[in-house]
Design a protein around this ligand. Sequence first.
Ligand code: NIG
Ligand code: FE
Length: 417
Amino acid sequence: MATLFKNIKELIQVRTEPIQFVSGSDMKHLPTIKNAYLLVENGLISDFGTMKSCPKTNVEKIIDATGKMILPSWCDSHTHIVYAGNREGEFVDRINGLSYEEIANRGGGILNSAKKLQETSEEGLYQQSKIRLEEIMLLGTGAVEIKSGYGLTVDAELKMLRVIKRLKENYPIEIKATFLGAHAVPSTYKNNKQGYLQMLVDEIMPKITEEKLAEFVDIFCETGYFSVDDTELILKAGKKYGLIPKIHVNQFTAIGGVQIGVKYNALSVDHLEEMRDEDIEILKNTTTMPVALPSCSYFLSIPYTPARKMIDAGLPLALATDYNPGSTPSGNMNFVISTACIKMKMTPEEAINAATINGAYAMGLEDKVGSITVGKQANLLLTKPINSYGFLPYSFGTNQLEKVYLKGKEVNFNREL
Ligand code: NIG
Ligand code: FE
């Protein structure tokens, strides 16, 4: 089955030579082709170029994109979309003056979500989570990482991971699973954090390898949650089980977690709202992708990741949503990109690079998605008629996408957003 998109006003993020990610001043460069065509065959990008060289081949389907642009779908490398219930009560508590930390100390926060999840059946959890997955697909996400971490018991963590696996089997979107058992210490281990960590390593990690339930391991390295030593323990154990590290780090305090991430070749270090000069320095010339989560900063009213300082120092940066019930109840990558431009002073080119190819790298998918490259999945966003791609972040809060295609097929769940 072949589809030809023709008269594309501008084809964005065109990479003829495959690249892994873009860093520093290269992030300002977003290659495009004006007045372009794009050919899709068997779900993959098979050819593209200017309309002048558009092939006259017989294709089953021709889509005229006059006035519209096409770009690769968003790559959201950090989410927690498998969860039960919501926490709008805590949202109101925060409006009334309580901090995220104070709410957590009262038994709210992650432990509140864990309680809800433990009480929900695997089927119920799947049903709740698939609504969010469909929602983000309609909003243009074509590859997503999903974490466990609201189970905090052997059964509940495995339940989360099995739900992720089932989502992966049933939807065309690329999904990567991360084991985040070390998200918070559950009340049953209140005074025994080491015992909890040991349980994650001895009881859950072997099951994960056995059932192939995750590729990555993550930990919330933060004051009051898990220390740098705990992080080292989990990353080391994860490596033994073939789990590649990613870390939640420097969200509220900078305690040296970035250094541990780099030491263990973490694929990504995420959050980074609090960055010291030495944290920026250590990330230079490494294979670890820094990931910023601007809608988390927006929702919690905490500082934004210092993107300008980091990119100007030569680092790469990826953007992701952090979609979760506590700190970011939104999976809208379009909003993330707008917020990165408006609040973090990233240019539209930098933000689009960060949300496509760099996001793909942050989940090990840079060979499959994240750019318009022959052989990659035809995961495409067709915009409404717009004047320039800068209009996407500029018109924040409005959906400028007319259609979303995953593996060449239009995403349509017979429902509106
Ligand atoms: O990435 N910071 C740790 N974990 C999540 C929030 C968890 C929650 O509040 O439920 C985050 O922000
Ligand atoms: Fe997170």
